[in-house]
Design a protein around this ligand. Structure first.
Ligand code: C6P
Length: 407
């Protein structure tokens, strides 16, 4: 368990901000986590000491910047237990990682009349890239429904496979329900049918130990800014055997071996998929975010967040009349999406903000899930390692006050 939460909080200068004369209670961690000092310092060092373009210069600064970026790649590979750092592609975020897979891999394995399985709880980042491809190719989307507690209907999932199934793409954890999908079993089942699986890990990597080899995931995508890292950086893990066969996603500098007007050949992995100058300073700072998580221990982070989830959920259900919590699957992540009576999610979010509580409201980029839940939007409170029980108390007290004001 986490011993000294005050020490952890001191690492996050933003947490000592006051809003409207009250202490900030930041419960929008699912949208983005806050950033510890060591990550911010890595960014500052990048700009003040080592800024030079990577893989492009013989001079010292360029070599230092390159080494920082490639050390980050090795760090990420080790963090998710990839076989090789060459299976780690840096992107701008989960969104770009999923667009890369859809465009390059999807374009390779999906044909007209084929089928792709998604789930009802996908973020738009794992729906729209496939639809863009669908409009060019004409395959079918099959959507796995959920059970009343917000778990995935695994029987329905298994029954969706047929001779036209070519691919599954599924979130590891839902950004609305908090549901953690049994992706290891889902992948194992898909593989018995010869079907590869893409995992959107944006909401899992900050909270769960992820081992891509143990999961046997074909692709696994996540974002640095949700895991105490900088903005603008994401990761796509892909099995080497697939990455080698896939065509490049974007063309430009660094992804080539040789270029002429007659013929261009492409660079080796991972550079084939990294066209243009990457956010090398952000990438090197991601290393520090991972070190922060490793120092505390992912199991300790998960246990702490789970304790806050149980405590807050119990009190909300007992003390807030008319509250409905969306997603109660066993083992869910520390995300509480809710509505109170007929109050509008937006009004609740605005009033909570005036009391210093930062939560997200709306459809959370999961409109198909909102339709399945029969709502337009929800209020969402989500926890990270630096949140405390006192903050949960402040949130509950504020919500009771807001609910009373609105009714
Ligand atoms: N969800 C949320 O408030 P990017 O924006 O590329 O870093 O991540 C996209 C993304 C993909 N998949 C899942 C499951 C996600 O939760 C997100 C981002 C944020 O829920 C912002 S919409």
């Amino acid at each position: 368990m986490i011993q000294d939460i005050d020490r952890i909080r001191e690492d996050f200068p933003i947490l000592s901000r006051q809003l409207y004369g009250r202490p900030l209670v930041y419960l929008d961690n699912t949208a983005t986590s806050e950033t510890p000092r060591e990550v911010v310092e890595a960014v500052v060092n990048g700009y003040t000491r080592t800024k030079a373009n990577v893989h492009r210069g013989v001079h010292t600064l360029s070599q230092e910047a390159t080494e920082l970026q490639e050390a980050a790649r090795r760090k990420v590979a080790e963090f998710v237990n990839a076989s090789s750092h060459e299976e780690i592609i840096f992107t701008r975020g989960t969104t770009e990682a999923l667009n890369l897979v859809a465009s390059s891999f999807g374009g390779m394995v999906l044909g007209e009349g084929d089928e792709l399985i998604l789930t009802v709880m996908e973020h738009h980042a794992n729906i729209v890239p496939w639809q863009l491809l669908q409009s060019r190719i004409g395959f079918k989307l099959r959507v796995v429904p959920m059970l009343p507690d917000g778990s995935l209907d695994l029987e329905a999932y298994r029954s969706m496979f047929n001779t036209r199934t070519r691919l599954v793409s599924c979130c590891h954890a839902s950004n609305v329900l908090g549901t953690v999908n049994p992706v290891k079993e889902m992948i194992a089942f898909a593989h018995t049918k010869g079907v590869p699986v893409v995992i959107d890990g944006a909401q899992a990597v900050p909270h769960i130990k992820v081992d891509v080899r143990d999961l046997d995931a074909d692709f696994y995508a996540f974002s640095a800014h949700k895991m105490y890292g900088p903005t603008g950086v994401g990761v796509l893990y892909g099995k080497r055997s697939w990455l080698e066969k896939m065509p490049p996603y974007q063309g430009g500098g660094e992804m080539i071996e040789s270029v002429s007007f007659e013929k261009t050949t492409f660079a080796e992995l991972p550079f084939k998929f990294e066209a243009g100058t990457p956010d090398f300073i952000g990438i090197s700072a991601l290393s520090k975010g991972i070190e922060f998580m490793e120092r505390i221990g992912i199991d300790n982070i998960a246990a702490h967040e789970h304790e806050l989830l149980e405590y807050t959920t119990g009190r909300l259900l007992a003390e807030v009349p008319g509250i409905r919590i969306f997603g109660q699957a066993p083992g869910k992540c520390a995300i509480i999406s809710f509505l109170v009576g007929h109050e509008h999610h937006y009004d609740m979010g605005m009033l909570l903000d005036k009391l210093g509580i930062a939560v997200r409201t709306g459809h959370h980029c999961a409109q198909p899930l909102m339709q399945a839940l029969g709502v337009e939007g929800v209020v969402r409170a989500s926890f990270a390692v630096y949140n405390t029980r006192e903050e949960a108390d402040l949130f509950i007290a504020a919500l009771k006050r807001v609910a009373a004001m609105l009714s």
